[in-house]
Design a protein around this ligand. Structure first.
Ligand code: LLP
Length: 443
């Protein structure tokens, strides 16, 4: 079978294998739905990003965006690979802390960080904090003055650059909730306020224009805008080396997309920065990037078991699996498309187009609208590729369905990274107030 993602093969029995593990065996042993992460592919993508920037004459740092998928095991791998880690909540910082991820390699983001989260981040000693808005500058300044400490920060800019991707994952345009507006001069004002605070060491700028970008066209104009801002705002007082963080965003193949490889993103960014700095007489910055999806997306495979079907003459059949929008909201939310295969009969030819739907009580609960599959039977296993990024972290307990088990696979071995939730887990944080503890029907 051609076109399988990296690390995915077909065994002699026609079973799908991920990282050398037979998916049918894994499903028997751990149940379904089952999420799989290929450790080798994840690590290879980390090192690919590191190498991609070696041609840059200055320093470059790669921060893995934890929002794409962060478990303690993932944080540990990121740490071992020598990457930085982009975190957006106390929960993400906590996971990193639990595996002794070096706090100076944490970059803390967010458009509405709470006072408690800021205090926690400062206590942990995050290496860099990305300031998002004027309220945050005030909050940070007060907190730092009270503690008598300083903090390295980047100022996040909304650069007014549209990226070509789904509206919900665009972040660089003018109408975004993230960052300081460029055109109105607020970004420059933010840098001045940070400098004036006396406790914020503002070392540079940050921008992230969107996610699942399938082209690099928007990057050179983005770099130009950021360099203009640096030249105009700092005028001579620029810290050296200063830092330019261009966010994440490189897209991956879900079905037929053909995104440029990380190397091309790196080349485009590097060339624009070197050329733009030279033209303006600016020193070269330390470049940061924050890829999430393009590191973890294709390292993931989701496995479901087929249950019931609905077949009506003239209608595309509905094939229901034991997961759906609870573990993968992306099709319903963004119209995301996935490739599905029958994991226990990989050599069977596709004979029909079906809708793969979930088990949740909602019509919007579908995983694939037009999957080309052999005729499936109850008990067959369906695998969806490219499910490493933004599925599990966005999962819910809708309909009180427990979240799936997540395995880390490497060299033919499986490790449980997250256990399947139990029905008890779903009740663990609930309380029944005393007056409701006896079921009684009033006459
Ligand atoms: N840096 C910042 C500031 C971000 O906001 C994001 C993603 C990233 C880096 C990483 O972007 P990536 O390289 O993964 O594209 N839930 C959506 C994606 C939301 C992205 C949010 N921010 C999805 O499922 O497509």
């Amino acid at each position: 079978m051609d076109g399988l993602p990296e690390g995915v093969t077909v065994g002699s029995s026609g079973h799908l294998c991920v990282a050398g593990c037979d998916v049918v065996d894994l499903a028997e042993r751990y149940g379904t739905p089952l999420y799989l992460l290929n450790e080798g592919v994840f690590r290879q993508n980390c090192s690919r990003y590191r190498s991609a920037f070696l041609q840059y004459p200055g320093e470059a740092r790669v921060a893995y965006a934890g929002k794409a998928l962060l478990t303690q095991a993932v944080a540990a791998m990121v740490g071992q690979e020598g990457l930085y880690l982009d975190v957006v909540s106390a929960g993400e910082i906590f996971a990193a802390e639990r595996v002794s991820f070096p706090s100076e390699r944490l970059v803390f983001h967010g458009n509405n960080k709470s006072q408690e989260e800021i205090a926690y981040a400062l206590r942990v000693g995050v290496g860099c904090l990305v300031v998002d808005n004027f309220d945050e500058i005030a909050l940070l300044t007060d907190t730092l003055r009270a503690l008598g400490v300083r903090q390295r920060v980047l100022v996040r800019v909304a650069p007014g650059i549209e990226a070509h991707t789904h509206d919900y994952i665009q972040t660089g345009g003018l109408e975004t909730k993230f960052g300081f507006d460029f055109d109105s001069g607020q970004a420059g004002e933010a840098v001045r306020q940070c400098v004036a605070s006396g406790v914020l060491d503002v070392v540079g700028l940050h921008a992230h224009i969107g996610s699942q970008l399938l082209e690099t066209r928007a990057l050179p104009p983005l770099v130009e805008r950021m360099l203009d801002l640096v030249r105009d705002v700092w005028s001579g007082a620029l810290p050296v080396p200063w830092e330019l963080n261009l966010g994440g965003g490189p897209g991956i193949r879900y079905r037929s997309e053909d995104p440029p490889p990380p190397e091309q993103f790196a080349r485009t960014i590097t060339a624009a920065v070197v050329e733009g700095c030279h033209r303006r007489g600016l020193p070269l910055p330390t470049i940061w990037v924050e890829p999430g999806r393009s590191i973890v997306g294709q390292a993931g495979v989701a496995v479901y078991r087929v249950g019931s079907q609905k077949r009506v003459p003239g209608l595309r059949p509905f094939v229901a699996v034991d997961g759906g929008m609870g573990d993968n909201i992306r099709p319903a939310l963004y119209g995301a498309e996935y490739r599905a295969v029958v994991a226990n009969r990989m050599y069977d030819e596709a004979t029909e187009t079906v809708r793969v739907v979930g088990r949740y009580c909602e019509s919007g609960d579908f995983l694939v609208q037009d999957a080309e599959l052999p005729e499936v039977r109850a008990g067959d296993l369906l695998a969806l590729f490219s499910t490493g990024a933004y599925q599990y972290p966005m999962a819910s307990n809708y309909n009180r369905v427990p979240r799936p088990c997540f395995l880390l696979l490497g060299e033919g071995r499986a490790h449980v990274m997250v256990e399947r939730e139990s029905l008890e887990d779903l009740c663990r944080l609930e309380h029944v107030p005393p007056h409701l503890r006896r079921l009684r029907v009033e006459a």
